[in-house]
Write a protein that binds this ligand. Structure first.
Ligand code: R5P
Length: 284
């Protein structure tokens, strides 16, 4: 039985369809004081799969509610987009490691269960789960879509060192060159960013990253690559967080196409991770 949380209804439906499993009927609402309410109205199986991304605090509460309803059962939890993943370290004294705090809140429900995440921002977060855990990689699915778009003389670029592994995987799938943007400090106030080795002049470029949040990183990268003579610039990101005016920033910078997955259900979520999740669940 598949239980889709409010942030992952479409994805849960897609996974249930691939696996031929029952999709539970659930009701989600918000009380006038802002508190969340969940109800699963389909009788539960002994083994359940809960799929719920946690882009907001409220989505995290919905997830806790679903886990609470299912307590005592064997739970496979899938969190396609794990919020707070960028709070994976204590950067300043007195700060929490919120990603760890979230994992710790989920652990008691997963004593006989397991958890799967998709392209978690910091793989070190997996260690905070006490149950078996998996970090699924959606890069090949994104690369397959890019491969169908007719790029000419393509170069795959990572906007920083953090996404280099992803860019390398994508470049291998596409049979393309790969590089990352290197920051050089010119003065106290000026930095320049350019591909470390590859000349992008006249070539189509696709920038791969785990997520687009404010769009600032990608917009800067697009502008720089276009200044360096790149032809068309495509973006491929697993998690389209897209806060505020991120989409406007990207298109103002001259992006050709923004591609993302349905770990978050947005207009740009044209690549589904449902086959990836279904495969991982089947293998359990
Ligand atoms: C950073 O390490 C991440 O991989 C992304 O590059 C970053 O979170 C994107 O954020 P924004 O869209 O706000 O620049």
């Amino acid at each position: 039985m598949i239980i889709g949380g409010p942030a992952s209804q479409l994805l849960a439906g897609r996974v249930a369809a691939i696996l031929g499993e029952t999709l539970a009927l659930c009701d989600y609402k918000t009380f006038p004081d802002g508190e969340s309410y969940s109800q699963i109205s389909t009788p539960l199986d002994d083994e359940v799969v809960i799929i719920q991304s946690t882009p907001t605090n409220q989505d995290l509460v919905y997830l806790l509610q679903l886990l609470d309803v299912c307590q005592g059962r064997k739970i496979s939890l899938v969190i396609p987009y794990f919020g707070y993943a960028r709070q994976d370290k204590i950067f300043k004294p007195g700060e929490p490691m919120t990603a760890r705090a979230v994992a710790r809140a989920l652990n008691p429900f997963l004593e006989s269960g397991r958890v799967a995440l998709v392209n978690i921002h910091a793989p070190s977060i997996m260690a905070h789960f006490r149950c078996p855990s998996e970090n699924l990689d959606a890069t090949p699915l994104l690369a397959e879509k890019v491969g169908s778009m007719g790029l000419k003389d393509a170069v795959v670029i990572s906007p920083d060192k953090g996404a280099v592994a992803m860019a390398r995987t994508a470049a291998t799938c596409l049979g393309a060159d790969c590089d990352y943007l290197q920051k050089t400090r010119l003065s106290g106030t000026e930095v320049s960013m350019a591909p470390k080795e590859v000349n992008v002049k006249g070539r189509d470029v696709v920038i791969f990253d785990d997520m687009i949040a404010t769009g600032g990183t990608m917009a800067t990268a697009i502008t720089l690559l276009r200044q360096q003579g790149a032809n068309r610039v495509y973006l491929a990101a697993v998690h389209p967080v897209l806060t505020g005016s991120a989409v406007l920033k990207l298109y103002r910078s001259g992006v050709e196409v923004v591609l993302a997955t349905d770990t978050l259900d947005k207009g740009v979520s044209t690549v589904s991770v449902a086959p990836l999740i279904a495969k991982a669940l089947r293998a359990q």
